[in-house]
Design a protein around this ligand. Structure first.
Ligand code: HGY
Ligand code: MN
Ligand code: MN
Length: 413
């Protein structure tokens, strides 16, 4: 058959995404499938069921990564790998991550029903805990698989209720026996929504990121002195929340101070005892710094850290800082990026080379195999919110580009 005319089944892709969106559905039209939650388990079970229906060889490793392998003519050749993540943010969207698991599943379904054989095997994957929201850091399981992060360190990470990653993985029945260790790969494609405004603004269907920004995560803990808010004079207070407030504004001002090309955010904060008539004495907050320039991000952190220490001592609020996680910026494989651009135009889709501000498992895959990503527009540039949305036409377009890129790579000797 003329493979060029091969297309994915848009209706089936939409049905799979709709089916998955029912798992952890939130009233506002989003999903909540926190890593290793019951909802994550339910979605994983469904993914495994669909893989088995396709006759894929299903393996689950020590980090709960789920691999579905479709045999090729020559199974000694390293496979083409494509995947993303099933877990979501709290009140997250119906496309982030799951599109990059349902997309390659739809590719396998299309190859299967058209009896298309490929030289190489094709493997698709769901990476555990890409989001890093319940258990920091993000992309932890692709990081372990790539040999960059340590498995037992990952197992030891706890959520806000003190639950351990390793125990929760066991609890949902996805702590596999197979070592979460990289194996030879031919290349890796990740299909994902852009999660930003550029493609929609430019009226472009396919994004081909040249790579992903570096991500640097820090945790800041402040100690103050609790007291009754009424009788305690303002003078001499050690108010941990006020110290945090000053620091949070410094984070927000940092990119300007560093001349742009950077984003810096405090997304999470806990304040104790969090009672309106007690001066707060414990605060924890997170810092997320991203840039294409890793050195700039490190320089920015050193400046910020000095500011934090000055504010903390000025307010008599001892500070503890954890440099929780860093992943370098990832420049993708130029040949694969070009393949995405060329394939898009062969299929009649407009395309744009760009940068990914969002982190993805492709950051770690890029350290061990030629890697590239396929983006489609996010409506209103919104993501990590319940209103996250993309058109089915764009979902179809991205999946068709993925199909033909995978086909080209899977037939390379
Ligand atoms: O943080 C990120 O960009 C991704 O959602 N983990
Ligand atoms: Mn994602
Ligand atoms: Mn995300």
């Amino acid at each position: 058959m003329d493979l060029k005319s091969l297309k994915i089944n848009r209706k089936r892709l939409q049905e799979s995404l709709d089916e998955m969106a029912k798992i952890g559905a939130t009233p506002g039209g989003g999903v909540q499938r926190l890593t290793l939650s019951d909802e994550d388990k339910q979605a994983r079970d469904l993914f495994v069921k669909w893989l088995k229906e396709l006759g894929c060889e299903v393996t689950i490793d020590e980090m709960g990564n789920i691999f579905g392998k479709r045999a090729g003519r020559n199974n000694d050749l390293p496979p083409v790998l494509s995947g993303s993540h099933i877990d979501s943010q709290p009140k997250g969207g119906r496309f982030d991550g799951i599109l990059g698991v349902m997309g390659p599943l739809e590719v396998l379904r299309t190859l299967h029903e058209n009896n298309v054989e490929t030289e190489r095997p094709i493997t698709i994957v769901d990476w555990t805990n890409e989001e890093g929201s319940r258990f920091a850091p993000a992309m932890v399981s692709s990081g372990v698989w790539a040999g960059v992060l340590d498995r037992d360190w990952a197992y030891s990470r706890t959520d806000i209720n003190g639950k351990r990653f390793g125990d929760e993985l066991e609890r949902i029945g996805y702590k596999g026996k197979i070592p979460a260790k990289k194996r030879p790969l031919h290349c890796y494609y990740e299909y994902h929504i852009e999660q930003g405004p550029i493609l929609e603004k430019e009226g472009i269907t396919i994004g081909a990121p040249k790579g992903i920004l570096c991500l640097h995560w820090y945790d800041v803990y402040l100690e103050g002195e609790a007291n009754q808010v009424g009788p305690t004079p303002m003078e001499g207070r050690h108010d941990a929340l006020c110290a945090a407030a000053e620091m949070i504004l410094k984070v927000n001002q940092l990119p300007d101070r560093m001349g742009g090309n950077m984003v810096a955010t405090v997304g999470e904060i806990q304040n104790y005892p969090n009672s309106r008539n007690i001066i707060p004495d414990k605060v924890h907050f997170t810092v997320d710094i991203r840039s294409w320039d890793d050195d700039l991000a490190l320089k920015a952190w050193e400046l910020l850290r000095k500011d934090f220490e000055e504010i903390a001592s000025g307010r008599g609020c001892p500070i503890k800082i954890e440099e929780t996680w860093r992943v370098e910026h990832s420049p993708f494989d130029k040949t694969l990026v070009q393949r995405i651009l060329d394939t898009s135009s062969q299929l009649g889709y407009s395309s744009l080379r760009m940068v990914s501000g969002a982190g993805h498992d492709a950051s770690y895959m890029n350290q061990i195999t030629p890697t590239a990503m396929i983006f489609i527009p996010s409506i209103g540039g919104r993501s990590h919110v319940e209103v996250e949305n993309s058109t089915w036409a764009d979902c179809e377009a991205g999946a068709n580009v993925l199909l033909h890129c995978i086909l080209k790579s899977a037939n390379e000797i």
